[in-house]
Design a protein around this ligand. Structure first.
Ligand SMILES: *[C@@H]1O[C@H](CO)[C@@H](O)[C@H](O)[C@H]1NC(C)=O
Ligand SMILES: *[C@@H]1O[C@H](CO)[C@@H](O)[C@H](O)[C@H]1NC(C)=O
Ligand SMILES: *[C@@H]1O[C@H](CO)[C@@H](O)[C@H](O)[C@H]1NC(C)=O
Ligand SMILES: *[C@@H]1O[C@H](CO)[C@@H](O)[C@H](O)[C@H]1NC(C)=O
Length: 487
């Protein structure tokens, strides 16, 4: 019944090219299609969940596998965006603007208006230390402020610990912060008097701020780091790494270098050191680089020179993917992309990225990227090179899809009353008409995998949490969950 309806819809679309009279019928069919799509998903969501759980359980990870994760750590203050802005008298601005760093309350108001209005995530540096102190006090004065260990590295490290792995974290942190991290975790990087703090301004779907209504739940991370941008833990981490000899080395948290006021050449020199570390890491250790929201073109170009050529795997979300493709193609970046990307669009960008990376010049210590993981709100997509060291791509994609809802709903048990599917009932493998194939979402086997060129691609629909408890840290949990079953 459903397939029939879909075919009719496609036929109608085709005839649009030859005639003009059909637009009314198309509209009716489109509405009908949308409704039957929603109905189909509603009745099949439990099968999708069972299918994902089965796929996840299919493989057992090796216990006590060694994983090292760098860099940086901080305290995260989770706050209610509108309440925090109220408490420091920042009013909604009528002229949204995407500043790369913030110097005043006026700029903050414009920046929040920009991202809140479209529901996109952002991460920005606050230059003005007076404003920053005011924000910290504002956050501490809120009735519901939650403090957790933050930074990409500790969140990813904690996930690996939870999964039973043996973990080394590269971070310079205080005793207080170290105590909040698992006692089972080894830390290399030295002691610190006062940790950096990041403030997460969280908002819900449909929440209002002045004239703005957020189309989806998300957060804006703000920070004014003094320590993390220098990757201070690097030297001690590098020494500890030799002894530890991990199976997987994960690098993340480098967005802290974004728009940080370095002295001339300082950033390049730190990245060069990091690059040296990766180039001298033994080949049996797989290197994963977790991207983040970068806004500075020169930093992204540096990452493309110093880091990406020495990584086996890259993880990123739907905003970061077009960004890196654009940097490698045009040497510029895109600021905002569709927060609900179509599968076909993402797959095309993944293929483009994969082939751009293949063409990188051969340098000493160079690794070829053999894995790409893209996490988006509607779905997960993982590409792995055939005969590479990455195992179990199908199960890993399912685990990543499940981790999203477990994290956002803050529950390892998935409640179908708090879940919905937002991926379409079928997707195209590419936007290119010549090669396009439609893959239906099979609710009994929800993860679709197929081979192309010298790689395999798996796509899994996400169950999306409708009762949001937390969003920040989601990408890190999801990315690590994907890696857990692959090593
Ligand atoms: C923030 O607080 C407002 C009320 O002040 C509330 O309506 C909203 O749901 C809260 N948002 C979050 C993310 O908790
Ligand atoms: C990046 O450069 C390309 C080619 O010059 C151009 O087409 C594109 O619009 C630029 N993108 C941005 C965001 O500036
Ligand atoms: C994701 O990581 C954070 C920080 O370690 C943790 O608080 C949260 O519970 C994790 N989510 C899940 C689903 O384990
Ligand atoms: C998530 O659940 C854990 C354990 O049930 C609880 O300790 C924690 O406070 C919850 N996190 C949030 C953000 O509610």
């Amino acid at each position: 019944m459903f397939t029939y309806c879909w075919k009719r819809y496609e036929m109608a679309l085709t005839s649009l090219k030859t005639g003009g009279l059909l637009s009314v019928i198309i509209l009716i069919l489109a509405v009908y299609y949308k409704r039957s799509n929603d109905e189909y998903l509603e009745t099949h969501i439990h099968e999708v969940l069972d299918g994902l759980l089965r796929a996840e359980r299919k493989v057992q990870q090796d216990q006590k596998t060694k994983v090292a994760v760098g860099f940086g750590a901080c305290f995260d203050y989770y706050t209610n965006a509108t309440q925090l802005l109220d408490s420091i008298s920042v009013e909604p601005s009528s002229s949204p603007e995407h500043y790369t760093s913030i110097n005043s309350k006026g700029e903050l108001a414009q920046l929040v208006a920009y991202f809140f209005g479209v529901g996109a995530a952002a991460e920005r540096y606050i230059k003005n230390k007076v404003l920053w102190q005011e924000m910290l006090q504002g956050a501490q004065g809120l009735p519901y402020m939650r403090t957790t260990v933050g930074g990409n590295a500790p969140v990813m490290a904690k996930r690996f610990i939870t999964e039973g792995f043996d973990v080394l974290l590269g971070a310079r942190i205080s005793k207080k912060l170290a105590n909040m991290i698992s006692p089972d975790m080894k830390v290399a990087g030295g002691d610190l008097m006062e940790d950096d703090v990041h403030i997460s301004l969280e908002y819900k779907t449909g929440e209002k701020w002045g004239p703005y209504t957020s189309p989806r739940a998300n957060r804006i991370f703000l920070h004014s780091d003094q320590t993390n941008p220098y990757i201070n833990a690097l030297e001690e981490f590098q020494i500890a790494l030799r002894e530890f000899n991990p199976k997987l080395l994960v690098i993340g948290g480098l967005q802290m270098l974004d728009h940080f006021p370095f002295e001339l050449g300082e950033r390049e020199s730190r990245l060069q050191k990091l690059s040296d570390m990766l180039r001298t890491t033994q080949k049996e250790t797989l290197v994963h680089f977790e991207m983040a929201s970068f806004t500075e073109e020169t930093l992204m170009l540096d990452l493309a020179d110093y880091l990406i050529p020495y990584s086996d795997s890259l993880g990123m979300n739907e905003q970061e993917l077009p960004n890196i493709v654009s940097i490698l193609t045009y040497r510029n970046i895109t600021v905002l992309s569709d927060p609900y990307p179509r599968v076909a669009t993402v797959l095309d960008q993944m293929r483009e990225l994969y082939s751009l990376l293949e063409k990188f010049p051969e340098t000493k210590g160079r690794r070829k990227v053999s894995r790409l993981h893209i996490h988006t709100l509607p779905f997960q997509a993982i590409l792995t090179r055939r005969n590479s060291a990455w195992k179990n791509t199908m199960s890993a994609t399912a685990k990543a899809a499940l981790m999203g809802i477990r994290h956002v709903c803050n529950s390892s048990h998935i409640d179908l009353h708090k879940s919905k599917l937002i991926m379409d009932e079928s997707f195209s493998t590419t936007t290119d008409d010549k090669f396009r194939e439609r893959i239906p979402l099979n609710s009994n086997r929800p993860v679709s995998c197929w081979e192309e060129g010298d790689y395999q691609i798996c796509v899994a629909p996400n169950l999306v949490c409708t009762d949001v408890v937390q969003t920040g840290g989601g990408g890190d949990n999801i990315s690590s969950a994907g890696l857990v079953l692959q090593i």
